[in-house]
Design a protein around this ligand. Structure first.
Ligand code: AMP
Length: 226
């Protein structure tokens, strides 16, 4: 596969369960730095991120968005770490920005670093599909492969198809009640970003109800990956 390694950024927009994370996992091997706020918050614990205490974890479990200034600080420090750890400056933002304030912040930081946003992919999918994807979602604790108990379960019960491990992770916010909050936060605070990036001439709508392979083909062809 060939990807043009000039410096730029991609923003992934869409509701929870629209498949952004799955597509990002396909792009990681091509040299993109991934900034995934949810993953940073879940993996680091409060020893690494000051302020990531029980209150923050509770807010995440309930599906509420966290305060903009806190999230912007987390993103900035993650970006600077990644910039200092490699010579490739192609960023994918997964789960950031989620508010117009965050989008304006990202524009300012990227301008400072002379990294333009090239694409804002908007993952378009119905709430019904999101509910089925999220409430059935679990992942392998060892290799991270994502499954769904309704749509694509492990071939052998409780055994990961990829690595054979038998421990799985269920996210505490992947339940019906929290999902309702996450979706209402999405419509109220994140959906306006579709017009924000459309006005910047960067928006590309993706039919995210298609299979992950079809979505991958669409994104790869847009980015120019052969
Ligand atoms: P995610 O893994 O992207 O679904 O994010 C999980 C949770 O982390 C969200 O429901 C929020 O509580 C928090 N979070 C992640 N990204 C953001 C963001 N950009 N702004 C505010 N809160 C966020």
């Amino acid at each position: 596969m060939v990807v043009n390694l000039c410096d730029y950024a991609i923003v992934m927009l869409g509701p929870p369960g629209s498949g952004k994370g799955t597509q990002v996992s396909y792009l990681v091997d091509l040299g993109f730095h991934v900034v995934s706020v949810g993953d940073i918050l879940r993996s680091n614990g409060d020893t690494v991120i000051p302020g990531l205490n029980a209150t923050v974890m509770d807010a995440m479990s309930s599906g509420m968005l966290l305060p903009d200034d806190f999230i912007c600080d987390v993103v900035r420090s993650d970006m600077l770490n990644k910039l200092s750890s490699g010579d490739k400056h192609i960023f994918i933002f997964d789960g950031f920005p989620r508010t117009v304030v965050q989008a304006e912040y990202l524009n300012a930081v990227l301008k400072e670093l002379s990294i333009p946003i090239k694409y804002a992919f908007n993952f378009d999918v119905s709430d019904d599909i999101v509910f089925r994807r999220i409430t059935g979602r679990f992942s392998c604790a060892s290799c991270g492969r994502i499954y769904n108990k309704f749509l694509c379960n492990t071939k052998i019960e409780n055994v990961c198809d990829s690595c054979g491990a038998s421990e799985f992770i269920f996210r505490s916010d992947d339940n019906e009640e929290s999902l309702k909050t996450r979706l209402s936060q999405y419509y109220e605070k994140s959906k306006p970003l579709v017009s924000f990036y459309q006005e910047m001439g960067l928006l590309f709508n993706i039919n995210a109800s298609l299979s992950s392979d079809d979505v991958r083909r669409e994104i790869f062809s847009k980015i120019g990956i052969s």
